[in-house]
Design a protein around this ligand. Sequence first.
Ligand SMILES: Cc1cc2nc3c(=O)[nH]c(=O)nc-3n(C[C@H](O)[C@H](O)[C@H](O)COP(=O)(O)OP(=O)(O)OC[C@H]3O[C@@H](n4cnc5c(N)ncnc54)[C@H](O)[C@@H]3O)c2cc1C
Length: 504
Amino acid sequence: MSEQFDLIVIGSGAAGLSVALGSGGSMRVAVIIRGGLGLDGSTCWAQGGLAAAVGPGDSPGQHAADTINAGSRLNNKPAVRWLAESAPEVVRWLLSLGMQFDISNGHLALGREAAHSFPRILHAGGDATGAELARALREAVVHQPWIERYEFSDACEILKRGPQVVGVVARNRRGELTRLLAPNVVLATGGIGQLYRYTSNPVEADGSGLALAHQAGAELAELEFVQFHPTALAPASESDIPQLPLVTEALRGAGAVLVNDLGVRFMLAASSQAELAPRDIVARTVWQQLAQGRRVFLDARSLGDNLRHRFPNLVNACSQRGLDPRIHLVPIVPAAHYHMGGVKVDLHSMSRVPGLYAVGEVACTGVHGANRLASNSLLEALAFGKALGERLGQRGPSVPISRVDNSIGHAVRRESTNDQMVMSRLRQIMWNHVGIVRTPEGLQSALHQIQVLERRCLAGAPVLRQLLVGRLVVEACMRRRESVGAHHMEASVPHYRIDGQAVA
Ligand SMILES: Cc1cc2nc3c(=O)[nH]c(=O)nc-3n(C[C@H](O)[C@H](O)[C@H](O)COP(=O)(O)OP(=O)(O)OC[C@H]3O[C@@H](n4cnc5c(N)ncnc54)[C@H](O)[C@@H]3O)c2cc1C
């Protein structure tokens, strides 16, 4: 079965829905989604908010400067400038869609987060910004007759004719394959947190979009830059928990401290800013404690009854574990949180494959450099997504695609229990060796173990996509020898080439 469209969008987070809406009705658009429209992916989980220089005294120039500092100056500067300048317009657009930002004294309430030099974080429902954003976008999309939804479907192959992209193969939950044809395909598939044993990301964030892009011939860039959040609620058991609740940084801002199981407040020795040190320093110090066999806790008891009012999400998540943070220490682990790397795209979100675009967390625009400034990711997804949709929409309807020779049989198989076991193993390998602290030996070991797993999988096994992306992340880590931003290498000798040879 083949369906004709002008534009196919894979993913319905902030990025995918912005593309679909931005296209404006002049094209026939298909949106393929793993779950329900606007109900899955990381967008719904976003908490803190969306960065935009709209407050008194603030400016896009200052926002851009903060972004470049956070990114260790490895950012794509024109992309950063464009993003910071686009932010106020993105906010106006969201307001026009009916998004209910929090208001204070009749103005948009602006929070301040670490490494932002001004209060510029817009939020909604306190720490429920992503849920409100997803609601506003979803309600705007469901009323558009030109947007067709393929829900509970997995995009499993990108179709090409010669160099040009011509469509996507999707598998629905009954296992049926559909061929959707279009000259424009946008990847908006989110991040890779699920490749790690501990992650704040939902199950959809498993890097399948990166595998699709790689298989279609797109370039992937800066895959080694993975941001780890220092504090997620530790699982109660050693079982493989897909997604951990975040324990927000605002708790530390409000006075909560980190202690180990000996009662030592170890951040005092690690940084003059103690618990308020930058995210990567806190994550690394927590990791070192865990590596020494210690357990780590957030002590928020000094906040007392304020916890219930100010941090209801934490109180709820803890109560599901039988914990009361007013009385108990909260066990924490760091967690894979955001991927700065992705499909290399230009300022127009174009990959090097004609007809293939990428937006949001799956893309690498270079905006974040080596580390993301908090609350810039929703902004990036919205700004680049909307602009791409508008550009494609201006082209209007395309010439129908006549015939596609790719065999639909190339698509991946259905998931088996073996896939789940392999995925669990991969998550452990990535956590142990490709996580917060990397060493040449650890990366070499990870590469070897992943290659063994790849050889043991049947052709077409779904988990091969995750193994591929894991291997590409390891190889990117091996190429970047120096520590920079979120990529931290311990021990400088020896380094290994990807083929396993030690180099001086
Ligand atoms: C707990 C948490 C808190 C966060 N807080 C903030 C914050 O406060 N501010 C901020 O700026 N950022 C925050 N982030 C990051 C931010 O939420 C994400 O970077 C952003 O939402 C990514 O949007 P996206 O549209 O690119 O992808 P997502 O929102 O992740 O959407 C991906 C979509 O792709 C679909 N998909 C994936 N693979 C396939 C496939 N093969 N076939 C079909 N569909 C597929 C999924 O179903 C989903 O619809 C947070 C992230 C998390 C996890």
